[in-house]
Design a protein around this ligand. Structure first.
Ligand code: PMP
Length: 417
């Protein structure tokens, strides 16, 4: 008898047979409200009719237009469409299949372009599971332990995590930037530093938003010392935070932007975007791949971007995010086990703490399981898995937000009593 490897941990016992919008139908016939969106992937909801139609049409036309061999129309269209949403400076694109691959592409470009070896990563960041990406990941030892030796040249610098230390945001930010300067003076000199990489909101690390002063501080150091600012928008991109890109909250554009997840509503597709002048510094033929920019994935991505624009999903993410957050804060105010509610747009989380304020993964796990019983699918995150996150599809409406909040209140009650 073959089976899935036991190391693969599934967050819920649900066998999903169908998806529609923000709902998943289980094999048990039950309808679940999906606040996971396939880890923030199904941005336009499950099986959005326009995405389905675009993919179906492309499947019947050309499935695999191998992009280091031929150009194909969906890829040409996608390049144009991304031009409408990317910062103007990022006018050159390279496509891969997953977030990890795109992160590695960004790292390679940064190293080739600068001729410098090191990458600064922000503590608590998650950048993927391939070896280089895992080496840059510091959101939990579960993503690193036992894989050593990991890639060298990774230097960890703080992220402003105010809640963890009981600080205010300003203190946390000042500390993080001072430590960065100290790191550049003591561990990785500017001459050895190719780039700093950061997520606009720490994702797997616990849904901790960065802030304007911090990202401006990174930009200023990058410019001053001649290294690159890479923003990993794999989870925060395509409307998730209530802006098209998470970095728009901070008014700071990166040198390299990494996108994946929500870009193609569930089809594997990722990309890096950078100024053409920078992209030219990658050695010809040094990056590529068999499956990058798959034609069906590109067609689905074009439809996704159209739906995001036509249905005003960025605005919806902001409005529904505010409604959801309001409800989460109300639950937290009634239950001291929820120590913090945070996030941006439709990327929201509740952190569970013990009576002493310590991370409480057991309660988080109980609440997550109780939520499944209530018909609500949720995921955990954070270093201790002590944070329950909500990342519903951007098409969510008030009725579904309120349905989710009712289930959440019941699950928190069940998981903490
Ligand atoms: N970067 C970030 C910010 C992510 O959230 C993830 C996935 N959770 C990745 C990179 C890796 O993406 P993938 O799993 O597609 O390789």
């Amino acid at each position: 008898m073959t089976a899935l490897s036991p190391h693969l941990r599934q967050a819920t016992p649900v066998v999903a047979v169908r998806g529609e919008g923000v709902h998943i139908e289980g094999e048990d016939g039950r309808r679940y409200l999906d606040f996971t969106a396939g880890i923030g992937v199904t941005s336009t909801g499950h099986c959005h009719p326009r995405v389905v139609a675009a993919a179906q049409e492309q499947v019947a036309t050309l499935v695999h237009g191998q992009y280091t061999t031929v150009m194909h129309p969906p890829l040409r269209r996608l390049v144009d469409k991304l031009g409408e949403v990317l910062p103007q400076s990022l006018d050159s694109l390279f496509f891969t299949n997953s977030g990890s691959e795109a992160v590695e592409a960004a790292l390679r470009l940064a190293r080739q372009a600068t001729g410098r070896p090191n990458v600064l990563v922000c503590h608590g960041g998650f950048h993927g599971r391939t070896v280089a990406a895992a080496s840059m990941t510091t959101s939990g030892t579960r993503f690193r332990s036992g894989f050593s030796p990991l890639m060298s040249g990774v230097v960890v610098t703080p992220f402003p995590t105010a809640f963890r230390y009981g600080w205010d945001e300003e203190t946390a930010t000042r500390f993080a930037l001072q430590e960065l300067d100290y790191t550049l003076q003591t561990i990785s000199s500017p001459a050895d530093t190719a780039a700093v990489i950061v997520e606009p909101v720490l994702g797997e690390g616990g849904y901790v938003p960065a802030n304007r002063a911090f990202v401006e501080g990174l930009r200023e150091r990058a410019d001053r010392h001649g290294f690159l600012l890479i923003l990993d928008e794999v989870q925060t991109g395509v409307g998730r935070t209530g802006r098209f890109w998470g970095h728009e909250h901070f008014g700071v554009a990166p040198d390299i932007l990494v996108t994946a997840k929500g870009l193609a509503s569930g089809f594997p597709l990722s990309a890096i975007a950078a100024p053409e002048e920078l992209m030219r510094k990658a050695w010809a033929g040094s990056q590529g791949g068999t499956y990058g920019a798959n034609a069906v994935a590109c067609a689905a991505a074009c439809a996704t971007l159209d739906v995001v624009r036509d249905e005003k999903l960025v605005e919806n993410a902001e409005a529904m995010g505010a409604r959801l957050r309001h409800g989460l804060e109300a639950v937290a105010s009634r239950n001291p086990a929820v120590g913090d509610v945070r996030g941006m747009g439709l990327m929201l989380a509740s952190e569970f703490v013990t009576a002493d304020g310590e991370p409480d993964p057991e309660t988080a796990a109980r609440v997550q399981r109780a939520a499944v019983d209530e018909g609500l699918l949720l995921l955990l995150c954070g270093a201790w898995n002590q944070v329950v996150r909500m990342i519903p599809a951007l098409v969510i409406d008030e009725t579904a937000v309120d349905e989710g909040l009712r289930a959440w209140a019941a699950a928190v009650e069940a998981g903490t009593s």
